[in-house]
Write a protein that binds this ligand. Structure first.
Ligand code: ADP
Ligand code: ADP
Ligand code: ZN
Length: 216
């Protein structure tokens, strides 16, 4: 099974992808995580992407498409993929369709997580993650079970994203409205889009997504 999770920054895509990948044995492909790794490693792509990400703008389509295409190729070891944070523009959605065609794959569900803007700002401003394994947390909504210790790997080091600040969040929301929201009609026209209410707790939203998947 192959899935796309769509939704504004902070909607809960990464959080839900983490649960779905365990439940359905999928491989999560997050272009945001890939780009952060490129930035960390200091690669050419990372150098180009760093400033763009700090501003809250989108990295150019050609660079993203090249990066993700390699990952879809490498993907094995699971029963499918979850795309999180990709596609983000109509050009990326079209490129994805071409890639899937070439590889003989298809998307089973395109799930749009809908959330109020106030809620995403609240979610983003409390977001942090484990520095070692990347597990995501929130200051109020998803605290580690033992304070200061990662549930998944036991590490005591955590990080916050440089772009999770009030200014950049505004640019990221604008980029979503202007460049990403226009891909919704693309998937609607293909009768592939399923909207899920992303307001409410993490378990509640997960149950809604699962119901959509199991409806077929
Ligand atoms: P995205 O990948 O869409 O940017 P994340 O999954 O990183 O979003 O979620 C953003 C923040 O909000 C994280 O700190 C996460 O723990 C928290 N979060 C995710 N889903 C919910 C929810 N349904 N209710 C409250 N907080 C949530
Ligand atoms: P979120 O969902 O929380 O906004 P991501 O981790 O998906 O964050 O993305 C962080 C940043 O990485 C984006 O603001 C953008 O600069 C860049 N980025 C990630 N994925 C893409 C993509 N598919 N196309 C263009 N830029 C991207
Ligand atoms: Zn960890």
């Amino acid at each position: 099974m192959n899935l796309i999770l769509l939704g504004p920054p902070g909607a809960g895509k990464g959080t839900q992808a983490e649960r779905l990948q365990d439940a359905y044995n999928l491989v999560q492909l997050s272009t945001g995580d890939m780009l952060r790794e490129e930035v960390k490693s200091g690669s050419d792509l990372g150098k180009t992407a760093k400033e763009i990400m700090e501003r809250g703008d989108l990295v150019p389509d050609d660079l993203i498409i090249k990066m993700i295409s390699g990952r879809i190729d490498q993907n094995s070891g699971g029963d499918g993929i979850i795309l999180d944070g990709f596609p983000r523009t109509t050009a990326q959605a079209e490129a994805l369709d071409r890639m899937l065609d070439e590889k003989g794959l298809k998307m089973d569900h395109v799930i749009q997580i809908t959330v109020d803007e106030d809620a995403v700002v609240e979610r983003i401003s409390g977001r942090f993650s484990c520095a070692k394994c990347g597990m995501g947390y929130h200051d109020h909504f998803k605290k580690p079970k033992v304070e200061g210790v990662c549930d998944k790997c036991g590490s005591t080091e955590f990080t916050r994203r440089a772009d999770d600040n009030a200014d950049t969040v505004r640019s990221r929301l604008a980029a979503y409205r202007e460049q990403t929201a226009p891909i919704l009609p693309y998937y609607e026209a293909k009768k592939a889009l399923k909207a899920v209410d992303g307001m409410g707790g993490i378990d509640e939203v997960y149950a809604r997504i699962k119901a959509v998947i199991e409806e077929g």
